[in-house]
Design a protein around this ligand. Structure first.
Ligand code: GDP
Ligand code: MG
Length: 439
């Protein structure tokens, strides 16, 4: 998928201006990316519409390329949709705080219950009680009991013969008596939503008055996530979402769907089967995962931060006029140094990380400093007009900067290559031969 996004991006990268049609084309790719991440179709439509409205109105030529800018807008919108901040559990003023887990069978409710208990013990020394209210599968009760033993957390159960509502009622009483600070209610699921289940959950809600009703959803749920989330929300009013199994290679589009449909914050993420595989939800990380852009977004951010916009424009003008000189060369070196190790930077560009020869691209700060010293030993006229550099001038520069002539010659050669590359880039050719010799 990202291949396609990348193609669309590199197409736009070659352009100076972006038309509405370009934005449209880019948005088509973004839409596909979202659909491939299994985001619900209607959610995708609404979302891309919002982004398109924002993107079209925007001044496009700033420090970023137009394509980068669109991706940035998409990322911002996506993050905003997913929730701008992390939301923790709804805590009750008085103990116990009651948390009820709901969701389809196999979503990961019971596992999450164990993880949450562990998390609460680790972070706030909590004394939770777990209630086993899934009576339809004997194994479900055992599963919770095993977790309880591992964590040294009490599990209240009444076997499979008692009505779950009654189990919860008695469990709540026990928690009050024992002064547990948390009660985690593990409920039953079905393979599909059905009325009997919903009625039971409603009654449990009535009895337990939970502070948080967490809908647990398998990240691989895909298109159906919207219906599931909508039903649970309509019937029970969920107050939070847990997305499990994000350790798989799913891109987690369900998160976006569910958030859009219910408006309930995503609170936790399950990232494995172990009790410690629980993460607090971070909207920005989820966004780049859904987009499948890897570290592209980090790169965009970095480029925007570090690259002096005005300098870039000046440079662009020089490239067009073919007047790239040693002063620009120094600036270029400074900018590259300011952006951190170039090998890190290159690796963030999709497709670049497995480019052969990348491991040879190393920027040595000392080397850059030496080159700078050579340029500074030139007269202003020489810096502006590299053609003046005859052998005697080169010898003078070598002596003045504490280098030998061979090194000066090498630097001048690199300067020329750099200049050639800048010209190619300005013509829109991004395949840069000898990129590794640029510095
Ligand atoms: P429930 O029916 O909703 O209670 O689901 P369970 O908690 O029994 O989980 C169903 C299966 O999913 C079990 O095999 C769990 O080990 C597994 N599971 C739950 N959460 C995760 C997760 O975050 N990652 C992975 N890989 N597996 C999980
Ligand atoms: Mg279960």
């Amino acid at each position: 998928l990202t291949d396609r996004l990348q193609q669309a991006m590199s197409k736009l990268r070659r352009k100076g201006k972006v038309s509405e049609a370009d934005v449209k084309e880019m948005m088509r790719e973004i839409r596909l990316a979202l659909l491939e991440a299994d985001v619900n179709l209607q959610v995708v439509k609404d979302f891309t519409k919002r982004v398109r409205e924002r993107a079209v109105g925007v001044e496009v030529l700033e420090s970023l390329s137009p394509a980068q800018q669109i991706v940035k807008i998409v990322d911002e919108e996506l993050t905003a949709t997913l929730g701008t901040e992390t939301v923790g559990l709804n805590k009750s003023e008085r103990i116990p705080t009651v948390i009820m887990m709901v969701g389809l069978q196999g979503a990961g409710k019971t596992t999450f219950g164990g993880k949450l208990a562990n998390h609460l013990i680790k972070t706030e020394n909590a004394r939770p009680l777990m209630i086993a209210a899934d009576v339809y599968r004997p194994a479900a009760i055992d599963q919770l009991k095993v977790l309880g033993q591992q964590l040294d957390v009490p599990v209240f159960d009444m076997g499979t013969d008692t009505n779950p509502v009654e189990i919860v009622r008695q469990g709540m009483e026990l928690a009050k008596e024992k002064k547990n600070d948390y009660v985690l209610i593990d409920t039953a699921g079905r393979l599909h939503i059905d009325e009997t289940l919903m009625d039971e959950l409603k009654q449990i809600k009535e009895i337990a008055q939970p502070d948080d009703i967490l809908l647990v959803v398998d990240a691989m749920t895909g298109q159906d996530a919207v219906n599931v989330a909508d039903s649970f929300n309509q019937q029970l009013g969920i107050t939070g979402v847990v997305i499990t199994k994000l350790d798989g290679d799913t891109r987690g589009g369900a998160a976006l769907s569910i958030r859009s449909v219910t408006g309930a914050p995503i609170k936790f993420i399950g990232s494995g089967e172990k009790l410690t595989d629980l993460e607090i939800f971070h909207p920005d990380r989820m966004s780049s995962r859904i987009l499948g852009m890897g570290d592209m977004l980090t790169l965009i951010e970095k480029a925007q931060q570090d690259y002096d916009e005005k300098k870039a424009e000046e440079l662009a003008v020089k490239m067009k006029e073919n007047s790239f000189d040693f002063n620009d060369f120094i600036e270029q070196l400074d900018q590259v140094m300011g952006m951190g190790p170039i090998e890190d930077l290159l690796k963030m560009i999709p497709g670049m990380n497995n480019m052969p020869g990348l491991e040879n691209v190393k920027v040595d700060p000392k080397d850059v400093a030496r080159k700078k010293a050579m340029v500074l030993s030139m007269t202003p006229a020489e810096r502006e007009n590299p053609d003046l550099l005859n052998p005697s001038r080169r010898r003078r520069i070598a002596a003045g900067s504490g280098n030998n002539v061979v090194e000066v010659n090498r630097m001048i050669k690199q300067f020329k290559e750099s200049k050639k590359m800048m010209q190619q880039m300005s013509k829109g050719n991004m395949d840069i031969p000898g990129m590794d010799q640029m510095l």
